[in-house]
Design a protein around this ligand. Structure first.
Ligand code: ARG
Ligand code: ZN
Length: 474
């Protein structure tokens, strides 16, 4: 922006002025942007650098909700920087950039501006060490606290944001990174996170340190920490991956139903892999907690509210959260408005799993949703392709979103449909993408013009005149 203005001035100025501009522009570093330009969350993520790795090393005391330690960020600058932002809400004690103490200030709740002693060149590898200590349950950002205190621990599980309550980050799904998460907790509780438990050690009486590693690109909101008196089970899938499950004993009467569901995760992932292509990550699992009211597709290890299992087993929710490992975790959102790419496909995966279990087929289930929601039902008001911040998790994104997937299948036929899904997850693995990219791929593979179909199902209010199965109703 600044450079373009100067270039414009240079174009109408004298030769001397142009020379001056060239010299000064290349020697003037700028602050990194305070967001990546996401229209739903203007301050989500930051400009000017790209994170490769987070090394998060913390101590957590459940009795007092005191969280302290250090996060080391390994990143590369993408522009010349006079300062850059971190998305973080806890109290910072110090920040070092490339070993030198840096200036820092909280610009607003959840946003810290870091000013290194010297400007940073473009394309430079940087190491940022942030030391901090705070009580995360007392930290409020945009009238919200994502950190969930439980009687015996806490949960860092939320979407679209949770990292601000436990580690400084470039908090947007377009900047994914690998993670080492090492958390020391009292011996009587577990500390769970993503990926593989690479080490569990005692370093002082009464405390145990849990070291987790997640080796595939991972979005910040999919990084997770659960501390509590979980029953932890470390097993191995038939294919040889670590399979870690953890159950909150407070789930009581629901525990057996939870186990009957979550312990089937490797089988469910095998089924999903047959639909979408190979499981994208190095580990699997699931955590069942009484401390939240939803489920989240934390990478490699979804987290489930015990409430999903109060009336018996619930494998659809396991299929849903694990389908997100492909749709959302491996292929991440380019912008938060692209939520349909996550929830439409995870909801459709429930239909596929239902058919596999000998229950309803996707055509039957989609038709039922269509038929049982009259034209004046709110389901037809929210646009799954651009629901707005307030309706980001509205039923429309999930249910109408799944109907959109079925409508695509009807329009292109099974061969093209599954080829589209598999090509999407193969080509975009580890990256991020937008709804428009999906439409282009679907049109390319099917050889059909699909704009009207996607406009009808994703971007227009009102019940579509023709159902998700077209003329042939199951
Ligand atoms: N992505 C989650 C799921 O559908 C939903 C998370 C809802 N988040 C929330 N804060 N309520 O599996
Ligand atoms: Zn979902």
């Amino acid at each position: 922006m600044r450079l373009r203005t100067r270039a414009g001035l240079g174009a109408i100025a004298t030769g001397i002025a142009i020379t001056l501009f060239t010299t000064s522009a290349s020697a003037t570093p700028a602050p990194g942007a305070s967001g990546v330009g996401d229209s739903y969350y203007p301050y989500a993520g930051n400009g000017g650098y790209d994170v490769a790795h987070y090394d998060i090393r913390l101590t957590y005391q459940p009795a007092t909700d005191e969280l302290s330690g250090t996060t080391t960020i390994v990143a590369t600058t993408t522009q010349e920087l006079s300062s850059f932002d971190l998305d973080f809400g806890l109290h910072v004690d110090s920040i070092r950039v490339d070993n030198a103490p840096a200036g820092f200030r909280a610009e607003r709740p959840g946003e810290v501006v870091v000013t290194p002693v010297k400007p940073l060149a473009k394309g430079k590898a940087i190491t940022v060490v942030v030391s901090y200590a705070d009580t995360p349950s007392k930290v409020v950002i945009d009238n919200y606290t994502a950190w969930k205190k439980t009687p015996d621990g806490a949960l860092a599980v939320d979407e679209p944001q949770n990292s601000q309550w436990w580690f400084p980050a470039n908090d947007h799904p377009t900047d994914k990174a690998t993670y080492d998460v090492s958390v020391e907790v009292p011996d009587n509780v577990a500390a769970l996170s993503n990926g593989t438990l690479v080490r569990k050690t005692k370093q002082r009486a009464g405390w145990t340190r849990w070291n987790w590693r997640s080796t595939q690109p991972q979005a910040t909101y999919l990084a997770t920490l659960e501390v509590g008196a979980f029953d932890v089970d470390q097993a191995t899938t038939p294919a040889g991956q670590p399979f870690v499950t953890a159950y909150d004993p407070a789930a009581g009467a629901s525990l057996d139903a939870a186990k009957a569901s979550v312990e089937r995760t490797p089988e469910i992932n095998e089924f999903l892999a047959a639909q979408f292509g190979p499981y994208p990550f190095e580990a699997q699992g699931g955590v069942v907690s009484t401390g939240l009211n939803f489920a989240l597709e934390a990478q490699t290890r979804p987290v489930y509210s015990d409430k999903f299992f109060t009336s018996g087993s619930n494998t659809p929710v396991v299929a849903h959260e694990n389908a997100h490992q492909w749709f959302g975790d491996s292929v991440s959102l380019g912008r938060w408005s692209d939520m349909w790419l996550n929830e439409g496909f995870a909801s459709y995966a429930e239909y596929l799993w239902s058919e596999h279990e000998g229950e309803g087929t996707p055509a039957e289930l989609a038709q039922y949703v269509y038929d049982s929601h009259p034209a004046d039902n709110p389901l037809w008001k929210v646009l799954p392709g651009d629901p707005g911040v307030a309706d980001q998790f509205d039923d429309a994104v999930y249910d109408r979103g799944a109907l959109a997937v079925q409508a695509l299948r009807t329009a292109v036929g099974d061969d093209a449909f599954f080829k589209i899904l598999r090509t999407w997850v193969a080509e975009r693995k580890g990256g991020d993408a937008r709804i428009d990219d999906f439409i282009v791929l679907a049109e390319t593979i099917s050889g059909k013009s699909l704009r009207d179909l996607f406009n009808t199902w994703l971007f227009k209010a009102g019940k579509p005149a023709v159902g998700p199965n077209g003329a042939s109703v199951p």
